[in-house]
Structures are given as C-alpha cells and as structure tokens.
Design a protein around this ligand. Structure first.
Ligand code: KG4
Ligand code: ZN
Length: 379
C-alpha cells in the first residue's frame, strides 16, 4: 500500500492531500484565494505567492489530520512543479523539498496538466469515511496498479485525453498514465479563459466560468448564433478568441474607432436578464460544441492510425461544466468509449490528482532529486 502526500500551489489554490494506492482520496484540502483576487478580476501573482506562503503549513497539517495519518506513515512527498506561476510553484516545491529532506522520504515532481487527466480514476470515500476507506482498500488490495483496479473489466488505454482549464485546452493521446503526446492545443485563448472573459463581457462577476455555466442553464441557446472556430478540416487545434469577440459585439454592438479609443454603441448594462441568459447559453453551446467536434476528429484520426482510444479522460476546471459533462457522456456512448470525468471536487486545481499520478511514478521507481525546479511551462 502507498500513502502519498500531494502538494499543489501552481496558481491561486493552496492544496494538500493524502492519497492511498493512487486512487483513494483520504483527504483533499483546498484553500482558495478567490476573495483575494476578485477585486482585480484575475490572479495577481505577487499576492498569490504571499498567500501560499501563509497557508501552506496549516493546509498540509489539515490534510494529514483529516486522513488520520502522521508524517511517519507517508511513503512519498509529491508536488506539482510545473506548469504555473513561478512564485506560486516555488512555495509548494520548497515545502515539499523541506519535508522530503527532513523526513527522509522520496520526493516526486509532477506535471500539473498530466495530473488533471488522472483525476477521473480517483475515488472520494463519502458518507462514513472510515468504513468506505476500509471497503475500498479491501477491494483494491489484490491489484498492483490503480489503473487496472477499479474496473478490471475495462482497459482504459490507449486513451484520448482532454485538458480544459483556465490555462490549457489540449488534446492528448495516452498510451498509459505516464506516456502521452500532445495532438492538439489552443492557438490563442484557453477555453476556461474564454469563459472568464465572456463572464466579464456579460458583467456577471468572478469567477466567471461557474457563473456563466449556471446562467446558461436557464437560457435559450437558439436565440443567437455564435461562431464555432474549427480551423483547418483536419486540425485538432482550438481557437476561442473569435467566439469571445463575437460575444463582445453581440453584447455591445460594433465598435467605432480602433484600439483603446474604440467606443461601443451599447454596454452590458443595456442587456435584459433574458438577453443575458440567452447569450450565456449561446456562448456555452458554441464553446462545448467546438470541444466535441475536436474530440470526434481526434477519435477518427487515431483510429485511422491504428490507435483507436478505449477511453476518454477529461480534466481541468472546465470539466466541472454541466454541458461538457452531459455531452462527453453522450459522445462516449455513441463512440463506445469509457468516459472518465473527475468527481466535482477533483475538477478544479487540487493536490489529490498530484498524489494520485505520483503513485504511478512511485511504483515505477521514479524519484526527483533536491534540484527539482519550479518550471512555468508544461512539457
Ligand atoms: O484547472 P483550473 O482550476 O485552473 C487552471 O489550471 O487553469 O481551472 C480553472 C478554470 C477557470 O477558467 C474557470 O472559470 C473554469 O476553470 N471553470 C469553469 C467551470 N468551473 C470552472 N468553466 C466553465 N464551467 C464551469 N462550471
Ligand atoms: Zn489546473
């Protein structure tokens, strides 16, 4: 059995988690900084790293306490060391190194984006945590790898992966949880970023994605037709800036003049509640339909190369979106794919996914050394 402490500080959530055997989330502590950044309409890196520094120790202590484990029980310390804001990543990486050094435990650096794709394999014991944990533990104790554990009838690899977050919109072909190649990515905005900007255009507040999702559920998407940018006929890349601009013009009319001196005939304040809902629904429909079209292309192209995926792994903040979840399940049904959506508490940035993927590295014998760096980019 492995017990791994995961630490995550790449952006604006300070998170720590203890995960058993790579799949059972014994604790998942997330201290969000949303309130701190709300007035600026986005994350301020300086404020984020200072807040991580204040919160990291209590968050780690709480993760151990909730999981009923002590430092001595841990098998390894894992940390998201890329990609993210350098100042933020540094806090988590330094904490992980200090713990690994003083406890004399293995240190494992994890790519945050890859970890998002692992979240769909993880389980959160609920209701009566103690009995659920022992149940799950006995269920999996006969297996070596968590990936083959829980649904031993389904072999999820090769898999198609989609990471949709505030910083990423990327498609992957995965041969295993640790072997993946990028087959498509956004050429401009990430889909979560487009949601956040659309929420600003509609003046519905921060954080934009969840608010827009909620509003869209009460609107009529057919009232407005917003563009679906598919790029070339074979392209697996994404583009969301055109959709965002089309929404801006639908809300404010066409601009007069250029650049910072441009003026608009209308403002978001002129929208009726009904207009706002319908525009949110039209935006959501266009954004999600584009994702689904690309997934469809990817499955067909991989199949033509003899790599037809068996499953679809989706992760990142936008995997919490109601329409994404609904359409992904329908798509899986249609294509015969096992769809792995993360539990809602594992969609947004969290440390459980870091500890989960670390288990795969741990069992393979991968270890990081104390030169482990904080790196702003993904591999
Ligand atoms: O993965 P994440 O927590 O952070 C990054 O690594 O970027 O994703 C955050 C992003 C934000 O852009 C947020 O607006 C978006 O996920 N998001 C959503 C929803 N919940 C979060 N977007 C659309 N619908 C949602 N329900
Ligand atoms: Zn993320």
């Amino acid at each position: 059995m492995s017990l791994i402490l995961g630490i995550e500080t790449s952006c604006d959530e300070t998170a720590a988690s203890v995960v058993e055997e790579g799949v059972i989330v014994r604790s998942n502590i997330i201290a969000t900084q949303h309130k701190l950044h709300e007035r600026y309409g986005g994350v301020v890196p300086e404020l984020a790293s200072r807040a991580h520094l204040e919160r990291i120790s209590p968050v780690i202590s709480e993760a151990l306490e909730k999981a009923s484990v002590s430092f001595a029980d841990l098998d390894a310390i894992a940390v998201g060391n890329r990609p993210g804001l350098i100042g933020s990543l540094l806090v988590g990486v330094s904490a992980a190194k200090a713990l690994a050094w003083t406890l004399n435990k293995p240190l494992i650096g994890i790519d945050h984006v890859k970890a998002h794709l692992y979240a769909g394999f993880m389980q959160i014991p609920s209701a009566d945590p103690k009995s659920q944990i022992s149940n799950l533990t006995s269920q999996i104790s006969n297996f070596k790898s968590p990936i083959s554990n829980l649904k031993s009838d389904i072999k999820p690899f090769p898999a198609l992966g989609l990471v949709i977050s505030g910083g990423h919109t990327s498609l992957y072909s995965l041969a295993s949880p640790l072997e993946m190649r990028v087959i498509g990515r956004t050429i401009d905005d990430a889909v979560g970023e487009a949601y956040d900007k659309a929420a600003v255009i509609l003046a519905i507040g921060y954080p934009g994605g969840p608010r827009l999702d909620k509003l869209a559920q009460t609107g009529d998407a057919s009232k407005h037709r917003l563009p679906r940018t598919l790029l070339g006929a074979e392209s697996l890349d994404f583009s969301y800036s055109g959709l965002k601009t089309a929404l801006l013009y639908a809300v404010r009319g066409y601009p007069v003049g250029k650049g910072s001196s441009a003026t608009f005939e209308k403002s978001a304040a002129d929208l009726s509640e009904e207009d706002r809902r319908d525009l949110a629904a039209a935006f959501q429909e266009a954004a999600v339909e584009t994702l689904m079209k690309k997934l469809d292309r990817a499955v067909e192209q991989l199949a033509a190369q003899g790599e037809r995926p068996r499953s679809l792994l989706i992760g990142g903040g936008v995997s919490a979106n109601s329409l994404v979840r609904k359409r992904a399940l329908e798509f899986g049904e249609e294509k015969g794919l096992d769809v792995r959506l993360p539990a809602m508490s594992l969609c947004l940035d969290n440390a459980a996914m870091i500890a989960g993927l670390a288990h795969e590295h741990f069992t393979r014998g991968d270890r990081s050394d104390f030169k482990l760096e904080a790196i702003s980019t993904s591999r």
